[in-house]
Design a protein around this ligand. Sequence first.
Ligand SMILES: N[C@@H](CCC(=O)N[C@@H](CS)C(=O)NCC(=O)O)C(=O)O
Length: 231
Amino acid sequence: MIEAWTWPTPNGHKVHIALEELELPYQVIPVNISAGEQFRPEFLAITPNHRIPAIVDPDGPGGRPISLFESGAILIYLAEKAGRLIPADPQARYACLQWLMFQMGGVGPMFGQFNHFSTYAAEKIPYAIERYQNEVLRLHRVLDKRLAQAAWLAGDAYSIADIATYPWLRNPHRRGVDFADYPNVKRWFEEIDARPAVQRGCAVLAEHQRKGAITDTAREVLFGKTQFTAR
Ligand SMILES: N[C@@H](CCC(=O)N[C@@H](CS)C(=O)NCC(=O)O)C(=O)O
């Protein structure tokens, strides 16, 4: 059975949703990133980057075990393993990979920086908040334009590109986004949001989702010395 080493964050939910959509049996191994469990030796043995998500599949290619980190690589692996959610047609396949990379290199990091500077940073730096707010809005415009041309990010069919992007677009008001300004994103988001497998994926470890302000311990683990200690 696939081991999913995760936590209920947007990158973690991508993997939970893909596993649910693909109906692959899996076992969740929670890695509490606010408590520093990402630095445990058993997790570092899977991912030197000490970030969730990571997976271990005892039945990998050639019947040999495989471990993977980086959510985009994990989604490609799971989709190829199951033979679904990644188009077979080369044109559509590259479109899927293109929008997956757009999420991995754009939406995730930029939204993450916006969250950091607007919510978590002890010092509020107007330049940083404004810069990432502008990026968040710009990326919504890019997505809206794409979704005006195509039903799904890869084209005609729902794919891992949609699964990668959807969790980052939840709770838009937290990023100063009103979906009324992005009608194509709104239509696309609502369709994904209604999928039973997506709802099951988002429920995984949901009881551990942070409610309220970040604690001092979590702030230190995620943004302080603990994070930057050489390992
Ligand atoms: N590019 C990575 C990003 C992973 C990532 O940043 N994970 C966050 C949670 S969403 C994490 O594990 N943070 C723990 C830490 O910063 O120590 C991926 O997509 O898998």
